[in-house]
Design a protein. Structure first.
Length: 423
């Protein structure tokens, strides 16, 4: 999204552009598919959060319709066949911990949290259910390995993204609305608008750069450009050889970040039958594998249940086949919405950490003991090289909204740098 937005803005200003995409399709961490029942669904980024004005405006411009999430006041927390009441002591304890995190996140001083991992901190929380709920919440929210993610980095993300309530909520939060045709349809339409200027299957392997421009070496040959906008996240940018080498601050950013691990699945049904039984389809799954379930059914159906598993448990799912993954996840819902859960008309899934072109999701994360990967990540240009991507956004970093903002910002930088030169 960041690269396509930047390219579109530059092209509108009469500047010749090429978008080089490593994969065989455009879109990066956004990807829409069509179900067997004809509905569109997102296997990548999808939500239009509260205050995501650029995203909403882009959807309207490209003729895409938004709809609100069908969501309860709070999700149902289930541990196997057991439903954990909101008044359960474990739930009240988890709420207290979340409130303490929220207050601590407002403080800038790192203290012991700079090197203490979330996993180590949570192991000191009394009560299995409380601890497990917090583990699943943090993993699904960040996609981090909890033993590779510091409490200070997590606090920084909470502070940057407007608090835990905004990060975790559907109504009024980061998961407020969806796009009927799928968010990934927007990147498809942006790419179609640029036509032959989007080159897929063109991985950039090296960039030789100076103040006057850059030569990009790709799997499809070499190209010369006056300016380059690199929109892949830092851990993926590290796979490109730069000559001359990038400044130490940039190489440290690449070295001290990693991509999160996330598995996403969409189960498609003839209709959202679960609403008749529970009124909603939003769950936190505490059994193994843990995860989050959302009702992402478009207006008029068919029924969509979206499932997210993150961190180490996302990678553990790679050890089994599609049928095993489906049974492990949908089986947890049977005691709560019925046996119909096991018979979807369609099953779509993607492990983003196995995607060689993306490396993972939702965004790059800082390794413990460093601050190089905190949001927003640096985007200072280096000669002819400019940087974009959701991680660099000043607003809503880590979201599609942030990707759009970063693309617009990078385009402005390039226009300013080219002013007075041939374009």
């Amino acid at each position: 999204m960041a690269g396509l937005i930047a390219a579109r803005e530059l092209f509108r200003q009469g500047i010749d552009v090429l978008v080089l995409e490593s994969a065989a399709r455009p879109g990066g961490r956004m990807m829409a598919e069509t179900s067997a029942l004809g509905s569109r669904l997102d296997l990548g980024g999808q939500w239009v959060g509260h205050g995501h004005h650029r995203f909403a405006a882009l959807a309207a411009e490209l003729g895409a319709e938004l709809f609100p999430m069908h969501t309860p006041k709070r999700p149902a927390v289930v541990d196997g066949p057991r439903r954990v009441s909101a008044m359960n002591p474990a739930m009240l304890a988890a709420h207290t911990v979340l409130l303490a995190w929220e207050l601590r996140a407002k403080r800038a001083a790192p203290g012991k949290w700079a090197s203490q991992t979330v996993g180590a901190w949570l192991r000191n929380v009394p009560g299995r259910t409380t601890r497990r709920l917090l583990e699943v919440l943090v993993a699904v929210t960040t996609t981090a390995d909890l033993d590779r993610y510091s409490m200070h980095a997590f606090a920084g993300a909470v502070r940057h993204q407007g608090g835990l309530k905004a990060m975790l909520s559907t109504d009024g939060g980061a998961q407020e609305k969806l796009i009927v045709d799928g968010a990934g349809t927007l990147t498809d339409r942006l790419a179609a608008g640029l036509g032959e200027r989007v080159l897929t299957g063109r991985r950039v392997t090296a960039i030789h750069h100076d103040d006057s421009g850059a030569t990009l070496h790709t799997t499809g040959g070499a190209l010369r450009a006056a300016r380059v906008i690199v929109t892949v996240p830092p851990p993926m940018s590290a796979r490109i050889a730069y000559d001359p080498p990038l400044p130490e601050s940039r190489t440290m950013l690449e070295r001290n970040t990693y991509m999160g691990s996330v598995y996403k699945a969409i189960a498609v049904y003839e209709h959202p039958f679960w609403r008749q039984r529970t009124g909603h389809g939003e769950f936190m799954l505490l059994a193994h594998p843990g995860g989050a379930v959302f009702d992402t059914t478009p207006p008029g159906g068919p029924g969509h249940l979206c499932i997210l598993v993150a961190g180490t448990e996302a990678r553990e799912l790679d050890r089994t086949d599609a049928e095993g993954r489906r049974q492990a996840l949908l089986g947890q819902l049977v005691p709560h919405i019925g046996a119909e859960a096991l018979a979807p008309a369609g099953w779509h899934e993607k492990s983003w950490h196995l995607d060689e072109h993306v490396g993972g999701g939702y965004a790059a994360l800082a390794t413990p003991g460093t601050t190089d990967g905190y949001l927003p990540m640096p985007s200072q240009s280096v000669g002819a090289l400019h940087w974009a991507g959701t991680e660099t956004a000043f607003e809503h970093a880590g979201y599609i909204e942030g990707a759009i903002q970063s693309g617009e910002r990078a385009a402005r930088e390039v226009i300013k740098s080219l002013r007075g030169t041939a374009t």
